[in-house]
Design a protein around this ligand. Sequence first.
Ligand code: PLP
Length: 353
Amino acid sequence: MTVEVRPDLGLMQGYHSAQVDVEVRLNTNESPEGPPPEFVAALAEFVTTAEFHRYPDRSATALRAAIAAFHGVRADQVFAANGSNEVLQCLLLAFGGPSRSALVFEPTYALHSHISKITGTKVITATRNDDYYSLDPALVTAAVGAADPTIVFLCSPNNPTGMIESPEVLDAALAASNGLVVVDEAYGQFSAWSAIERVNDDDRVVVVRTFSKTWAMAGMRLGYAIAPVSVIEALDAVALPYHLDIVKQAAGLLALNYRDQMNARVASIVEERGRIVAGLAALPVDLWPSQANFILFRPQTGDSKSIWQKLVDSSVLVRDCSSWPGLDSCLRVTVGTPAENTRFLNALTEALV
Ligand SMILES: Cc1ncc(COP(=O)(O)O)c(C=O)c1O
């Protein structure tokens, strides 16, 4: 006997990037290099003395305090979770659900709408401008006003376009809405401004960040929210007890000691991004002006799926975005190491002939 899954989930696909065994993996916007050896040594040292038989600090007090100090906010304005995806899930568990709605500007990070649907939250979709899918305050004001959503999702820099949203766009979303404005800053280190400066207890801005990208810790699964204290209390209410294990809490704390190395990593990624953009500009592809660690592009000729396959055949994996809203024939490449980027450019040049 089988039990039927919830009818609204019945036909829903999971969200998965292909995990293919290749030499050059440029499909999930990870850091091309691991964290500093000193960090790994310090974490190994922690593991040898950790009290594995005890539950972790349920509130991750030290980690929250360190993240708060790093951003110049209060510890009670910080919530940490297993990757920023779990932060998003907790936000939707606490503020979404039946009779609530979330507004997304497509194309954007698919998990905003995906987790909304899983939590029974109605998804309202607005489209961006034609010019590279930018947003502007007038468009945002109109869309938010028409939808009156419980949650507005912004993403800056936006995955998959790589473009940064302006403070005016955030202001427009806030002014037009009565709900939360969630700014996903998974790639925030690439932006000159952060919506964290707009978080305050009397307002409704929530910023979501992650250790998965520029901190080079995707495998550790650690993300956080900076938000008004009332929002943090709601997130704490829906998170599972002890959801952050002791190793993860220690890793987050230790990682923050290596911020100079993280900033250096960002600088070298930006430099390599320039080299990839120059390489792509010489090829028959249209590309988006990225300000993140990935670049969206559309081959001008040929079928993007067969180009993706040819890249895989050359042991280079990029993201096939062609089924995402508005992104037919689009591929997205993550900035890798210099050698990986050269492999990608050479393989793409061959695939396009
Ligand atoms: C915009 C955005 N938000 C959140 C995430 C999820 O990151 P995490 O690994 O912290 O769950 C990603 C990962 O690709 C992303 O692109």
